[in-house]
Design a protein around this ligand. Structure first.
Ligand SMILES: *Cc1c(COP(=O)(O)O)cnc(C)c1O
Length: 452
């Protein structure tokens, strides 16, 4: 299978090429040249374990990796998870399920994509004898998950930019206390959007990026989107059959990567009834899905920091399909957004999407309400998903992080401070972070000095 850029001005590439490149040379994001129809395969996939389902699904796209290698990389990736079902589906009542995506090494859903991406990178370096410098920006969980995907892998180095003071102390420890020599946690004196802009500029400087084999690990990598499709599929296959076609996935959303993956599955013939885009007070996507106007505001730090985002990078992938795969219209919309800070989508029809917005007070109220009603403890991101569930649907709310990652918010809401042994172990280890201003030249110098 080949993959094309949303901007239409780069050649089509193979799966491994798209994974290695991250961002397409024309500034666009990679998507399959044509989406497969998965509907004939669904019946046969119902009984597969998570790892087997993932290998089957990825095999449809990664046609330049042999089945054996793919199966091995997938098993290794999900072998680091602490729950035997990998992504257990918990029933709260007849119409409300929670899909627990926090049993990976960093206790957030990003491990699903980044364990696999790390193993793909490691295998690619082994095959080609090349080295790889990975650069990412994080508002919290991405960085930790990316780091744990590449921890100690030979011929790789990973540099993660994060807004200093805007990630939780535990998230920071997950990045800066690994003790691994190939890991660099860069504490930026700025916001997450500053970090993302620096990252785009670094990748845009070809004379800098190319010789270093610089690769992206933020939510734009094609492999991440595809790996994230798998847990939607796995969960959908576990909902009682009579309810399956009425399932609405409720997705705590920042960058639009997670919910886009689910929606892509629907485009590939899985009959999912709807997707609810659940934002925190940084509600650009909620405003978009209610008005058709995508207007960038300023980031307000919230209780759900991994969703404190105003420029949802994967949104461009959705636009590509909305414009019926017309890359010229995507370019025009992205240009307008860059020039004016806003774009309006013509003939806008949200179709399967609905949306909600949660203030910090809503987050706290939702944590309390769900704990009182079901005895179930939500993290602040997952709590955004419990804002206004649609009673006409079977809701599957994605639990994107383990509540133990946010002890202060939980204590404030329900006077319980959940713990997790993996996090307790981190508290005793030394913190190794590098402070950086929002300055491209200094970032480049650091990477040149420490890269492989
Ligand atoms: C990253 C993250 C999100 C947002 O996911 P996107 O793919 O960026 O929309 C939500 N919750 C948690 C815990 C996260 O780490």
């Amino acid at each position: 299978m080949k993959f094309v850029s949303t901007r239409g001005q780069s050649p089509a590439v193979s799966f491994l090429e798209a994974v290695a490149l991250g961002l397409a040379p024309d500034g666009g994001l990679y998507l399959p040249e044509a989406l497969p129809d998965l509907s004939p395969r669904l019946r046969g996939w119902g009984e597969l374990s998570y790892a087997d389902l993932c290998a089957e699904f990825m095999g449809v796209f990664a046609t330049d990796v042999t089945e054996d290698v793919l199966a091995r990389l997938v098993r290794r990736s999900y072998g680091t998870f602490s729950h035997p079902e990998i992504a257990p589906l918990r029933r709260l009542d007849d119409n409300v399920y929670v899909l627990e995506l926090f049993h990976g090494p960093t206790l957030a859903f990003k491990d699903f994509a980044l364990q696999l991406l790390g193993n793909l990178y490691g295998w690619h370096c082994e095959q080609t004898g090349r080295s790889l410098n990975v650069l990412g920006a994080t508002s919290g969980d991405t960085g930790a998950a990316a780091i744990h995907g590449l921890l100690g892998k030979p011929r790789t180095a990973i540099f993660i930019l994060y807004p200093d003071g805007r990630v939780s102390p535990l998230q920071e420890r997950q990045m800066a206390c690994t003790g691994a020599a190939n890991v660099f946690a860069l504490a930026l004196d700025g916001t997450f959007d500053d970090a993302q802009r620096l990252l785009k500029d670094a990748f845009g400087d070809r004379a800098f990026a190319d010789p270093l084999h610089l690769s992206a690990v933020n939510s734009i990598n094609l492999a991440r989107v595809l790996a994230q499709c798998v847990y939607y599929l796995h969960a959908w296959l576990r909902v009682p059959e009579a309810q399956r076609e009425n399932v609405e996935f409720v997705v705590p959303t920042g960058n639009f990567g997670n919910v886009f993956a689910g929606w892509l599955l629907e485009r590939m013939g899985v009959p999912i009834a709807g997707f609810k885009v659940a934002t925190n007070q940084n509600d650009i996507l909620h405003r978009f899905f209610t008005t058709g106007e995508y207007r960038v505001g300023t980031v307000q730090p919230s209780l759900a920091p991994s969703m404190d985002i105003q420029v949802a990078s994967n949104f461009e992938r959705w636009l590509y399909y909305h414009f019926e795969e017309d890359a010229a219209q995507v370019r025009a919309a992205m240009d307008e957004l860059k020039r004016t800070g806003a774009t309006r989508v013509p003939r806008f029809d949200a179709h399967v999407f609905s949306s909600s917005r949660s203030t910090d007070a809503d987050i706290t109220a939702n944590i309390r309400r769900i704990h009182a009603r079901y005895g179930y403890v939500l993290d602040p991101h997952t709590a955004c998903g419990f804002q206004e569930l649609n009673p006409a649907r079977t809701s599957v709310v994605l639990a994107t992080a383990h509540p133990a990652k946010f002890p202060e918010a939980l204590r404030a809401a329900i006077e319980i401070e959940p713990t997790h042994p993996a996090l307790e172990a981190l508290k005793a280890r030394p913190l190794a972070k590098h402070a950086l201003p929002v300055d491209l030249a200094q970032l480049k110098a650091f990477i040149r000095a420490h890269g492989v």
